[in-house]
Design a protein. Sequence first.
Length: 203
Amino acid sequence: MKIVCLDMEGVLVPEIWIAFSEASGIPELKRTTRDEPDYNKLMNWRLSILREHGLGLKEIQETIAKIDPLPGAKEFLDELRSITQVIIISDTFEQFATPLMKKLGWPTLFCNSLVVGENGEITDFRMRCEKSKLTTVKALQSCGYETIAAGDSFNDLAMIRAGKKGFLFRAPEGIRKDNPDLPVFDTFEDFLAGIKEALQSED
């Protein structure tokens, strides 16, 4: 039995923090897991910037409400879900992802949660488990699934390499150069074809 595990941001929807950076006029918030492999370090840095500017969950959710899936992403996901089980495994947070999951047709999402004060300040974050993407695919494998995984960032590499087959999708040049053995796709059409081939493979 096979199951496909996909990253969310950069694969199915635009990067939330980049969109909020542009909306808020704070260029520092454009830094993502494509740039910083240590997610805890990245999130603590983001929260310090939000506090510095007096911004909270409400302002970020206002930006998220205006974000649509990447062109072709929902159609890609709909077809993929018609032929196999799919789980989106993301380091984002429930409070960010829910409106985007609605626009994608409510696929299954494993993610994390934010700690939010009464005044709307994001005071902390709670990761679902340590090394959540790798831990999740290992758990699926322990249940008898062969995993096929894809993403675009440093924090996707462990789950991509842990499974039967792994891909990069629209990854930045640095990650491509550092992982020349991983197939890379830049269109949803080619991406879907690559996953279908992996699903049919008995290797």
